[in-house]
Design a protein around this ligand. Structure first.
Ligand SMILES: [Zn+2]
Length: 371
């Protein structure tokens, strides 16, 4: 799976853990993956082998997206691994349809390539241990006993086959198949239009998947259908916001009045000021830099310590936006870094502050005035 919107750390909760870095791409594990491992440990240890194969396959699938992305000039920052798939978070606000097409198809193609190699190796070298679908299911379910190597080899084949098939042949955005579908449409129609069609198709597919999952008591499929539906909706919002905000001048939403307090201000006093000005963030100037303290930062300090903790101890230096930056780029940067506000500079002078909330409001207004 691919995701253009930033994943995870939204400023409210840290839910991803970095495990390693490949070619400048952070590989992060979502907390649900760890819960999933624990669940399987309780159920059956032999499932852990399969889980590890799944984990490696998802990682390589996502890396294939990312590498093809990088070759097409798309900077992938990180990959977040979830038990039901992975997500590659990228910098780009909008990707050219053909680049998206290549990037989306790369993941499932890797899975199918691996399946082909396993099948070939089995054929050529006479390795007898590639189980058929029914036997593999029986082996995984504990109905038949096979050597561990057989389970490993067959699991690698069938899990990759499942990953490739589900991702490529279900044309529901944000699954890879849906992205391939959308990017193909975007080559003949406007990007937002293409996304609107892809989202509608996705809604229909996920509706039937949901009903099917409900009647077959398939909890995993139930979760996936909800997840994909929500992904499709946010994909349309995202495409729409890119279009509507692309040419909206940042300086029109820069605010000159915002809460600035001295770095030595204690947190209890800062909270009072925040209530007074109904501001969710406080700015403070440390040296030559503008730093930011959000509610999230304050919440991480026990209330009993507010009297003795000053803003400068918990302030974060934030990169300032240029007044010439596009609103979409600023919005993206805020989402990725979990920021509620960002200072804006013009010709090296502070021009004011832009708030995420203001961008959202402008977007809501533009949506109504540009149906
Ligand atoms: Zn994918």
């Amino acid at each position: 799976m691919l995701n253009k919107a930033p994943v995870g750390n939204n400023g409210l909760m840290k839910s991803n853990f970095k495990i390693f870095n490949v070619m400048g791409i952070d590989i992060e594990l979502h907390i649900s993956f760890i819960l999933f491992v624990l669940l399987f440990l309780i159920l059956d240890v032999s499932f852990l082998v399969i889980l590890l194969v799944l984990f490696a396959s998802i990682t390589l699938h996502e890396l294939s997206h990312s590498i093809i992305g990088k070759l097409n000039g798309i900077n992938v920052k990180k990959i977040v691994l979830l038990p039901i798939g992975g997500m590659a978070a990228m910098d780009e606000v909008q990707i050219k349809p053909y680049s998206e097409f290549k990037m989306a198809i790369a993941g499932p193609l890797f899975n199918f390539l691996l399946c082909t190699l396993i099948a070939l190796a089995t054929q050529l070298f006479g390795l007898p241990f590639l189980l058929g679908w029914a036997d593999w299911n029986a082996a995984v379910g504990g109905a038949i006993t096979v050597p561990l190597a057989t389970t490993l080899w067959s699991s690698t084949f069938w899990l990759n086959w499942l990953l490739g098939t589900f991702n490529l042949f279900v044309p529901a955005i944000p699954l890879d198949g849906g992205r391939v579908f959308r990017s193909a449409l975007a080559m003949v129609t406007d990007y937002v239009n293409a996304t609107r069609i892809a989202t509608t198709v996705s809604t229909v597919i996920t509706f039937f998947l949901f009903i099917y999952a409900l009647f077959t008591y398939n909890i995993l499929l139930l979760v996936i259908s909800i997840f994909v539906y929500l992904g499709a909706v946010s994909e349309l919002e995202y495409a729409l916001s890119n279009k509507l905000l692309a040419h909206f001048p940042l300086k029109r939403i820069v605010r000159a009045n915002y809460l600035v307090l001295k770095p030595a201000t204690k947190l209890d006093k800062a909270i009072e000021e925040m209530i007074k000005s109904r501001s969710l963030v406080v700015f403070t100037t440390i040296g030559k830099h503008m730093e930011l303290v959000s509610l999230y930062d304050i919440r991480h300090v026990p209330k009993s310590k507010w009297k003795n903790t000053s803003l400068k101890e918990i302030a974060n230096r934030v990169r300032a936006a240029e007044v010439t930056d596009s609103v979409t780029a600023v919005m993206h940067s805020m989402m990725r870094n979990g920021l509620e506000a960002m200072p804006v500079i013009s010709e090296e002078e502070l021009a004011g502050v832009v708030f995420r909330d203001d961008i959202n409001r402008v977007f809501e207004i533009l949506k109504v005035s540009n149906p």
